[in-house]
Design a protein around this ligand. Structure first.
Ligand SMILES: *[C@@H]1O[C@H](CO)[C@@H](O)[C@H](O)[C@H]1NC(C)=O
Length: 190
């Protein structure tokens, strides 16, 4: 019995050590960056568009999906969460040309003031950026004149993107909650 156990342990140890040996001598492997392989250089793009967050009417672009458990604090308490699929337009008017959509979540993430956690993808539908997207993960204190949020990544032409978005509310209807927000986005990508 003991010899069988010893034998089994020996086999297991051999298997483990052989799999360790298979990568012996390779501590870190480096590759040319995609930009070098493709002979591309890093660029900075500045995007400007308007974001339309529509809570009112028959076809809202943003819907509340989580209610705050903190009672008595109307509907905008800590934890309240919305899911949006908001149009992004070239100009400020809602009828202006649509250049993309902001798809994701925002939650009331501060107990003391009004600050949203934004987790969303901005997917573009116009021109050469059609189908490319930027991912935003940031804090949005909506009552501030200008809010800065990090761009943490991207896809398509925005692969390897990093940068920041500056958001400024240009219209807000306090009855409905509908808002139009101007965005200036600065992003480094290849
Ligand atoms: C964007 O891409 C989609 C899918 O590839 C295509 O159907 C659409 O016509 C394109 N839009 C523009 C404006 O190029």
């Amino acid at each position: 019995m003991a010899s069988l156990l010893t034998y089994s342990l020996f086999i297991i140890f051999s298997l483990i050590s052989s799999s360790f040996h298979s990568i012996n001598g390779v501590f870190i492997k480096q590759y040319l960056t995609e930009a070098k392989q493709m002979k591309r250089t890093e660029k900075m793009s500045h995007l400007h568009f308007y974001f339309h967050d529509i809570l009112s009417g028959k076809n809202p672009s943003s819907v509340q999906i989580i209610e705050s458990p903190s009672k008595g604090k109307a509907s905008l308490g800590f934890g309240t969460t919305f899911m949006m699929d908001d149009p992004l337009t070239e100009g400020e008017e809602p009828t202006s040309k649509i250049v993309g959509r902001a798809q994701g979540l925002y939650s009331f993430a501060s107990q003391k003031d009004i600050a949203l956690l934004m987790v969303c993808n901005y997917v573009f539908t116009e021109g050469k950026y059609n189908g490319s997207s930027l991912s935003i993960l940031g804090r949005n204190p909506v009552l501030n004149n200008v809010r800065e949020m990090p761009i943490v990544g991207g896809s398509g032409l925005f692969r390897f993107a990093r940068g920041y978005a500056l958001a400024h509310t240009v219209q807000f209807d306090s009855n409905t909650g509908d808002a139009i927000v101007e965005y200036n986005v600065y992003v480094l990508h290849y």
